[in-house]
Design a protein around this ligand. Structure first.
Ligand code: ADP
Ligand code: MG
Length: 363
């Protein structure tokens, strides 16, 4: 008997998605040079598709035969897993699809938060080996409602200065992950400020939840009826949407000049940034970090210098909380928000956690 795999399934059936645009644009080369040989050696059944455009991965998930595959492996940054989760979310059998198909990311992008957090490495060969030997692990996903849309996020909701460092440096893509550092240094000088209102739901009492659930269907306001939407297969929203008033019992904060508001579901945003050291893959919480803009640059620099190992959260300037839901309402019109590294409009949004909605492979 061969016990080397433990309880992990052998010879997994793997649908591979390669993003040729990820990171410095070497996704395909990395797949062919590193990933494919390991999958072959492990006698996995593999089918590879190179994504042709943004949104392609999501489209493929909407009519994928989920019984034919054990895992969808994304050779990319965090952008493809984001698309995969959201593509699965739009199926009529969303809940079942999300719970039965493991989504894995192998580090080929400029942001590899999922791989670093779950497989514990940013080394491509090691990550591939861990995926081959991987055990099933359920993971929390969060719903983000903004305007008329609802989407899933598995990694982060990033508003303010750090989002700018990423999104405003697209033209520096050739630098790989160093573009974040260039972006940061620019913003340390410019000190962007984000006046906003934030509401946090630290823990949902059953009465709060049931009152929101009742409020939803009877609500006569101009709210969205998600039962008619492409998201009918997802679990209902316990706290309603961003278009409804802040639920009772949430703690409201008015910030005149916030620098960072960052929500995270996994510890690492990349190998070099342990942004959410207390995040757990399936603890039913999303961690929220806030940092004011009006602190001396030297202190800000000190905070940033300690993000690498997560010890920055001990700095007094950092507010770190675990919540089950929150909302962000910007007062200004210009700024950046990214969900799992993907840009969304700079408008109010609300987040709530779905405990164990998704599936992945762990070491
Ligand atoms: P990175 O870590 O470099 O940001 P991601 O994997 O996160 O890499 O992908 C970045 C973006 O590329 C995502 O929005 C994704 O939808 C998009 N994308 C996927 N395939 C293609 C393609 N063929 N051409 C251009 N963009 C693509
Ligand atoms: Mg990305």
């Amino acid at each position: 008997l061969d016990h080397s795999y433990g309880s992990a399934k052998r010879q997994k059936r793997i649908k591979v998605l390669v993003n040729p645009f990820s990171g410095p644009g070497k996704g395909l080369k990395k797949y062919q040079g590193v990933v494919e040989p390991i999958f072959k050696a492990a006698r996995c059944a593999v089918e590879m598709v190179e994504t042709q455009h943004q949104g392609h991965a999501g489209e493929m998930m909407r009519n994928l035969d989920i019984t034919a595959w054990d895992a969808v492996v994304c050779c990319s940054g965090d952008g493809l897993p984001h698309e995969v989760f959201n593509g699965l979310a739009k199926r009529p059998d969303a809940k079942h699809a999300l719970a039965s198909l493991a989504v894995v990311q192998l580090p080929c992008g400029s942001g590899n938060g999922m791989c670093c957090s779950i497989l514990g490495t940013s080394n491509l060969s090691l990550a591939t080996l861990y995926a081959v030997k991987g055990h099933l692990q359920s993971l929390d996903l969060v719903s983000v409602t903004q305007g008329q849309t609802r989407m899933l996020s598995f990694l982060s909701q990033n508003c303010g200065m750090i989002a700018e460092c990423d999104l405003a440096t697209e033209q520096l893509r050739f630098l790989g992950r160093y573009r974040f550092i260039v972006g940061f240094l620019q913003r340390l000088i410019l000190q962007p400020r984000y006046p906003c209102d934030i509401a946090l739901c630290v823990d949902a009492t059953p009465s709060q939840e049931s009152c929101m659930e009742k409020a939803c269907p009877d609500d006569e306001s101009n709210d969205i009826d998600f039962s008619q939407s492409p998201h009918q297969g997802l679990p209902p929203l316990r706290f309603g949407t961003i278009s409804q008033p802040v639920p009772a019992g949430w703690e409201v904060f008015q910030h005149e000049s916030l620098s960072i508001i960052y929500g995270g579901k996994l510890p690492y945003m990349d190998a070099g940034s342990k942004m959410f050291p207390r995040a757990r893959i399936d603890d039913g919480h999303v961690d929220v970090v806030r940092v004011e803009a009006d602190i001396p640059r030297t202190k800000k620099l000190r905070v940033f210098a300690r993000i690498g190992d997560g010890s920055y959260v001990k700095n007094l300037e950092v507010d770190y909380r675990k919540v089950v839901a929150y909302r962000f309402v910007p007062r200004g019109k210009d700024g950046y928000i990214s969900i799992d590294g993907e840009k969304i409009p700079f408008e109010a949004f609300q987040v709530e956690v779905h405990n164990g909605l998704g599936l992945t492979l762990r070491r």
